[in-house]
Design a protein around this ligand. Structure first.
Ligand code: FAD
Length: 399
C-alpha cells in the first residue's frame, strides 16, 4: 500500500506515537465496542496511560510531568483515536490532559506543588470542566452560576449541563460568575474558575447529578449538575477573580488543534475499516470495492482527511510563533476541516457496509455517531466558521 501521508513527524512526536501506540495496542476493537455499548468508562485503558505518565504529557517536568507541548499532544491524541479508540476513546483522557492547564498557568504555587505531581502520576484526576449551562452553550458568557464570597469560602449555586466525566473524576474545574454579567464592564469579565473537590461536594449534598441519556460517546458520561450551596475554600480560586474567562481562552486554540487531530484519527479509522470491508465483501461475484460508488467516497474521504491532517500537524508545530488570532484561525480551520472530513468518511464507511453499517459488531455505526458529535463539540462548526468569518475575512460579527 502506498503511504500518502505527507506529515513528517519530529523525532519526539515519533517517540510519543510509538509509546502511546504500545499502550493502545493492548485495547482492541472489541474492548471499545463493548465499553461503548455498556456505556462504561474504560478505566483499564486510562489507568494504563496514567501509569506511563501520559496524563501529565503537558505538565512541566518540575511537577513530574513530561513537559511536552501541543506538537506532542497532537501526536498522542491522534494515535489514541487512530488505534481504534476513536474520538470518544481519546475524549476519555483529553480532559485529564487539558484541565490542569489553567492551574499550571494561573494556580498558586502551594496548590500546584500539592496537586500537579499527583495529576502527573495518575493519582488525582481532574477530568472534568463544568462550563456549559442550559441557557449558555455557544454563548458561554451567558452563564449565571453564581459564586459569592463568604469569609474564607465561596458559596456557589447554579445549574450546569453536559458536565462530562464528573462521575470518574476527583476534581473539577468550575466556571462561575463572581460578578453578574449585567454588572460587568464587558460580558467576558466577571467569570472565575474554581477547583472543586467532587467527593466532598457530593457527600455534603452540595452537588447533585443527573445523567444525560445521549446517543454518542458511550465511554464518556455527561450530566446535568446542580450546585446547591457548594462551599469552596477561597484558596481554590484558580488565578484571578473575575478573569476566569480569559484564563479559559488562553490555551483553548491549542486544545482545539488536538481535538482536530483526534477527529482525523477517527476519520482514518473509518476509511480503513470501510476499505477493508469493501475488499472482502463480494456481491454480484465481485468485491463491492470494485464499484466506484463504493470506492470514490472512501478515496475522497481519504484525500480530505490527509488535507485536514497536514493542516492540523503543521499548525501544531507553529503555535509558538503565531499571534493569538492567527493560532485561533489555524485551530478553527483545523477543527472545521477535520470534523467535516471525518463525518463524510464515517458515512462512506457505513454505506460500504450495507445493512451491517448499523450492526454494532462492525464498528462503523459507532464511528458515524462519534463523527457527528465532532461537528458539535467542543464548539459547533458554525461557531468555528464565525471565528474565521470575523477574524480572517473581516466580516461583521454575527452575534
Ligand atoms: C457529548 C457532549 C459532551 C460535552 N461535554 C462538556 C463538558 O464536559 N463541559 C462543558 O462545559 N460542556 C460540554 N459540552 C457542551 C458543548 O460545549 C456545547 O453543547 C456546545 O458548545 C454547543 O452549545 P449548545 O449545545 O448549548 O448549543 P447552542 O449554543 O444552543 O447552539 C444551537 C445551534 O445554534 C447554532 N448557533 C448558535 N449561535 C449561532 C451563531 N451566532 N451563528 C451561527 N450558528 C449559531 C449552533 O452552532 C448550534 O448549531 C458537551 C456537549 C456534548 C454534546
Amino acid at each position: 500500500m502506498v503511504r500518502s501521508d505527507t506529515v513528517e513527524l519530529t523525532e519526539r512526536q515519533r517517540r510519543v506515537r510509538e509509546a502511546v501506540g504500545d499502550v493502545c495496542a493492548e485495547f482492541d476493537a472489541a474492548y471499545w465496542r463493548e465499553h461503548d455499548a455498556d456505556e462504561a468508562y474504560p478505566h483499564e485503558f486510562v489507568n494504563a496511560l496514567a501509569e506511563e505518565g501520559w496524563l501529565g504529557v503537558l505538565l512541566p517536568e518540575e511537577y513530574g510531568g513530561k513537559g511536552y507541548g501541543t506538537e506532542e499532544a497532537v501526536a498522542m491524541m491522534y494515535e489514541i483515536a487512530r488505534s481504534g479508540a476513536g474520538f470518544s476513546g481519546a475524549q476519555t483522557v483529553h480532559a485529564a490532559v487539558y484541565n490542569s492547564a489553567p492551574l499550571v498557568a494561573y494556580g498558586d504555587e502551594e496548590l500546584k506543588s500539592d496537586l500537579l505531581p499527583r495529576v502527573a502520576s495518575g493519582d488525582a484526576w481532574i477530568q472534568c470542566f463544568s462550563l456549559t449551562e442550559p441557557k449558555a452553550g455557544s454563548e458561554s458568557t451567558a452563564i449565571t452560576t453564581r459564586a459569592v464570597r463568604e469569609g474564607d469560602e465561596y458559596v456557589i449555586d447554579g445549574e450546569k449541563l453536559w458536565t462530562s466525566r464528573i462521575d470518574v473524576s476527583d476534581y473539577l474545574v468550575l466556571a462561575a460568575r463572581t460578578t453578574p454579567r449585567e454588572e460587568a464592564e464587558r460580558k467576558t469579565d466577571g467569570v472565575s474558575l474554581f477547583l472543586v473537590d467532587i467527593d466532598r461536594g457530593r457527600e455534603a449534598g452540595w452537588i447533585e447529578l443527573e445523567e444525560i441519556d445521549k446517543t454518542a460517546s458511550g465511554v464518556v458520561s455527561s450530566f446535568r449538575v446542580t450546585y446547591d450551596g457548594l462551599r469552596v475554600p477561597a484558596d481554590r480560586l484558580i488565578g484571578v477573580e473575575d478573569e476566569g474567562f480569559y484564563q479559559v481562552l488562553d490555551g483553548l486554540n491549542e486544545e482545539r488543534l488536538v481535538i482536530a487531530a483526534e477527529t482525523v484519527g477517527l476519520g482514518e479509522l473509518a476509511v480503513e475499516t470501510g476499505a477493508d470491508y469493501a475488499n472482502e465483501r463480494e456481491v454480484f461475484d465481485r468485491p463491492i470495492g470494485q464499484n466506484q460508488a463504493i470506492q470514490h467516497p472512501l478515496s475522497a474521504s481519504h484525500a480530505r482527511l490527509q488535507a485536514a491532517k497536514q493542516y492540523t500537524f503543521a499548525a501544531a508545530g507553529r503555535t509558538g510563533d503565531g499571534d493569538r488570532k492567527a493560532v485561533g484561525a489555524w485551530a478553527n480551520t483545523a477543527k472545521y476541516l477535520a470534523a467535516e472530513a471525518a463525518f463524510e468518511a464515517a458515512d462512506a464507511a457505513v454505506q460500504a457496509h450495507g445493512g451491517r453499517g448499523v450492526d454494532r459488531e462492525y464498528d462503523v455505526e459507532r464511528y458515524l455517531r462519534e463523527a457527528r458529535l465532532t461537528r458539535l463539540v467542543p464548539v459547533t462548526q458554525e461557531l468555528a466558521l464565525n471565528y474565521l468569518g470575523e477574524n480572517v475575512l473581516d466580516l461583521p460579527r454575527s452575534y
